[in-house]
Write a protein that binds this ligand. Sequence first.
Ligand code: ACM
Length: 486
Amino acid sequence: MIPQPVTQNPLPDQTFTLQSSATVGVLSTEEAATWVADQLAAQLRLSTGFPLPVQSGEGTITLSTDGPSSLGAEGYELRVDGTAVTVTAATAEGLFRGVTTLRQLLPAKADAGTEQSGPWEIAGTTIADAPRYPYRGVMLDVSRHFRSVAEVKRCIDLASLYKLNRLHLHLSDDQGWRIQVDSWPELTKHGASSEVGGGPGGHYTKADFAEIVLYAAERFVTVVPEIDTPGHTNAALTSYPELNADGEATEYFTGTEVGFSSLAVHKDVTYDFLDDVFREVAEQTPGDVIHLGGDEAHSTPHSDYLTFVPKAAELVVKHGKRVMGWHEIADAPLPAGSILQYWGTDDDRSRELTRKAAAGGAEVVMSPANRAYLDMKYDQDTPYGLDWAGLVSVEKAYRWDPATLIPDLPESAVIGVEAPLWSETFDDMSKIEYMAFPRLPGIAELGWSPASALDWESYRARLAGQAARWDVLNVNYYRAPEVDWS
Ligand code: ACM
C-alpha cells in the first residue's frame, strides 16, 4: 500500500469476498458522501460486472461520516472482516481517502475499465489513518506544452490514487497563456497560440476550467492556479504592448531559455492588468490560494522586484485569496497567510529565504528541485527531461524528510510537499507518466505517512506491488532498476 497507513493490523483468518449481491451503503447527511459511494460503485461495476446499488443506511460496504472529529478532515478508519467492509470518517473527504485505501486492498484488476473475473477478495484488516501534512501536491506545467482537459483529468485521477490533494496548474509562462481572462482577451486570442517547439498551444475556456475544478473537487483535489510574475511573462508581453517597459509587443517564444521577460514594474497598467487577471482567476477558483510565481525574474532589476512583489501580493489578497509563490518572493515582505514554495537544491540562498519567510509567519511547501522535480532525468539514459538539478533516481526522490531537509527551519512551518513537473521536454502524456511514475507515489508518501513509517526498503517492495495497477490503468511507467518489478 502507498502511502503507508499510520496503523494497519491484520484480522487473522478473516477474508472478505465481494459478491454479486453486494450493496454500498451510505450513513451520512453530507451530500458529498454519496459522490464518494457513487464513484466507488461506478468503478467496481465496470470491473466486477456486479450491480452494486448505492443505498442510504448500511450496506455490504458501508461508508459512514459518524467518525469522531479527532480523525481530522482527511482521516479515516477502515475495517474489513469476513462479511463486511466499513469506512468511517468525520467528513466525506475522509471517506474518499479511506475508499482510496480500499481500492488498493482489492486486486489490481478492480481498477480495470472492463469486466474481469473474480474472486474479489480482501484479507481481513483494520486501519486507522490520517495525513502527516495538509498540502500534498503535484504541479503540471501546461504552458510549455498545453494539455487537454481530458489529460488534466487523467492527472487528477492518477494523483488522487495516492491521496494527493492539490493540483497546481502553471497557467502562464513565456511560451503560452492558458486561461481565459475576459477583460484581457488577447491573452487567449493571441498569447495562447504557441508552445515549446512551435506547436499550436491552446487554452482553457471558463467552461473548461470549471470542468477541471469540479472534476478535481469530486476527488477532493484543490486546484492551485499559478500566474507567473513578473518574469516568465512573454505570453502576456506579446499579447499587450503596453505591458512592456518600451511599449513594444514581443514576439512569440517557442524556445526553453528562462529569465528574459519582465512585466513593466513602474507602469500603472501592469497593476490594472494583474488586478483584472487575479480577480477573474479568483472567481474561477474555489480554493483559497493563488500562486503568483516570482521565480527567476532575472531581467527585473532587484530593486524593482522588491517593489513589484508586495504590490502583486496585495492584489491577490484583495481578491480574497492567500498568496503562494516560489521561494524568491521571500526577499520582499509578504502578506499574512502566505505560502512559500521552496524549490532549492540544498543551496544556502534558497534555504535562507525559506527560513526568513517562515520567521515572518509564512507556511512552507517543500519542492526541492533535486528530489521532487519530476522533470529531472532518472539517470543519464532517460530519453527526455532535464538535469540542471541533477539526476533524480527513485530512491533519491523518496529518501528525504520534508521536516528536516532545511536545517533550522521550524518543523511547524512546513505544511507539505509538492512534486512539480515542468513540461519543456514533454509533448505528450505518455512522457509525463514515465517521469511521474514511479516517483510521484514516493512524494505522496512523504506527504501522507508519518516520518516513522518512511523506509526505503519497505517502500521499494510496496512500489513493485503497484505495477499491476499501472498495467491495468495503462500508465506508462519507468521500470527503474532500483525496484524488483515482479
Ligand atoms: C522554477 O523551477 N523556476 C520554480
